[in-house]
Design a protein around this ligand. Structure first.
Ligand code: ADP
Ligand code: ADP
Length: 226
């Protein structure tokens, strides 16, 4: 579904992502692990085309991402980051509607979609009119996930999405993500520092170090390795 083909990104003398090739099948959850500075965030930003590679390419569903218009890419790829990044002066509903509005959906369709998404991420419909500061951290993160899923992307990129919440909330959000994945079949690439989280969520674990892909294997294979 998504293919990274000899992907390389340099910052001056630093090779942030070094010749990474990886195939991620549709419906997989790829947990991207590795020490700080390994290139995990850079890899997500390359896939999302927030930055351009110095070498190699990204293919999404057979199409080269570099040739797709950015609006098409924003529809096909959802993006969630640790700090959530909800727009503070917009209600929950307006935040969730960001991409559908960009795509010019009709109001009635957007409203139906907001109801579906709140249900999908486990939030009551009454939260739609609240503002981000009126929500708990866990609720904000759920809204971030709902916003990322609004236009039914094939691929969801998550950069330490649960890094800023307490362990109990994290566990709840992990369960919610597994349920969402089961219901939607969305392919997910998830950056995490937390090895337990990688094993719990990942169908594939990809280990990065100094920009290089050191290993990519299922959790069972990973645990069997010497
Ligand atoms: P990780 O997400 O695994 O912590 P990053 O992808 O953030 O790693 O960073 C990988 C390497 O690239 C690091 O050495 C980092 O300092 C460098 N880097 C990342 N972004 C930039 C940037 N915008 N300018 C210069 N160097 C950068
Ligand atoms: P979560 O498990 O999602 O992190 P919490 O246990 O932190 O949720 O919050 C429980 C309840 O408290 C929620 O219904 C939420 O709406 C409410 N709440 C939390 N923080 C705030 C806030 N800053 N303003 C208003 N309500 C809040």
């Amino acid at each position: 579904m998504i293919r990274l083909d000899h992907l390389t990104k340099r910052y001056g003398a630093t090779v942030a992502v070094d010749d990474v090739s990886l195939d991620i099948p549709a419906g997989a959850i790829c947990a991207l692990v590795g020490p700080s500075g390994a290139g995990k965030s850079t890899l997500l930003r390359l896939i999302n085309r927030l930055i351009e590679p110095d070498g190699g390419c990204v293919q999404i569903g057979g199409a080269e991402a570099g040739t797709l218009p950015v609006v098409a890419l924003r529809r096909r790829i959802g993006y969630v980051i640790q700090s959530v990044g909800l727009f503070p002066h917009w209600s929950v509903a307006r935040n969730i509607a960001t991409v559908p509005r960009l795509l010019g959906w009709e109001t009635a369709r957007i409203e139906r979609r907001i109801d579906q998404l709140l249900d999908l991420v486990g939030l009551p419909p009454s939260l739609a009119t609240r503002y981000p500061h009126e929500l708990s951290g866990g609720q904000q993160q759920r809204v971030g996930v709902a916003r990322a899923l609004a236009a039914e992307p094939e691929l969801l990129l998550m950069d330490e999405p649960f890094g800023a919440v307490d362990p109990v909330t994290r566990r709840t959000l992990q369960d919610a993500l597994l349920e969402i994945q089961a219901r939607t079949g969305t392919t997910i690439i998830l950056v995490t520092h937390d090895v337990d989280e990688a094993v719990r969520l990942g169908t594939v674990i990809a280990f990065l170090s100094h920009g290089r892909l050191v290993q990519a294997a299922s959790p069972a294979e990973m645990l069997r390795a010497p």
